[in-house]
Write a protein that binds this ligand. Sequence first.
Ligand SMILES: [Zn+2]
Length: 316
Amino acid sequence: MKYSSSLMLGAMALALMMVAGQGDAQEQAAPAAPRAQAPQGLTTHVIKEGKVYWVEGGGGNSGVIIGDKGVVVIDAKTTPEAGAQLVAEVAKLTPKPITHVILTHSDGDHVNGLAGFPDGLKIIAHENNKMEQMAVYQFAAVEIGGGKCIPPANRLPNLIIFKDTVSTTIDGERFVIHHFGPAHTSGDLVIEMPAYKIAFVGDLITNSVLIHPEKNGTFEGWFKNAQGLLGLNVDSYLGGHARDLDTKDSLRKIVAGNEAVRAKADPLVDAGKSLAEVKTAMGDPAKDAAGCRGIPYLSLPNIEFNERTDRNNELK
Ligand SMILES: [Zn+2]
């Protein structure tokens, strides 16, 4: 999926104005995605000894791929301190320098830790990810909480992905990077490593799927992304806040759960029920989960209410 840059930025600007900006440095703290772990500790898990690891804690999960001469990291954690901790964790695995960081999406808990990384990195991201990060600065005046959700200005993506699929070799390792369209955000990337049959999927797979409409993410797009993930020739997926690798079977269960949300919510919306009525019928908590800067996260029934209402109001 491709966007006109000016249109995209305009739409995002409007959305950001309406919600006064929202990243999600606190995403992992949302009630729907509880994490029982020490805030300081990082835990490194082996995918392929000497080659591929994932590091838990300090924000979103990170991937670590050790190439011939350097290291590729996927996602950078929440704070400069956590980013520096990740860099130190990589140094325990190999003396090779980190040369590339690939960002699965623009949320603060995957991006802001770049401030703790060394200079001179290649930072790979989808074009919409970069625009989402840049849009935050335009509304910095309305930031609450000292701007802790603003990404580091000197760590913006500098190797940009425009295509839906890019197959490339970095440091002797093959990466197939997919963009299946907007879902969690408008700039989601899936990083597939065919040699290890694993895909790093960012927050496309989380304990409870979260959609950022203010970043042009859509629930409808999430289902398309899920089909894209299921179509990959991989055995496992690393979600952005998962505590273990997912499989095609576990992903199919998440899809079925989300299909059930749609199947229950849509007839209520079609019957003209109000948002409050739909939320009550769906068992939503009375109060939305708190997001970054005090802006609540919308529940999936709420997201589906909005998207279904728009579909029902389509000008044909
Ligand atoms: Zn996220």
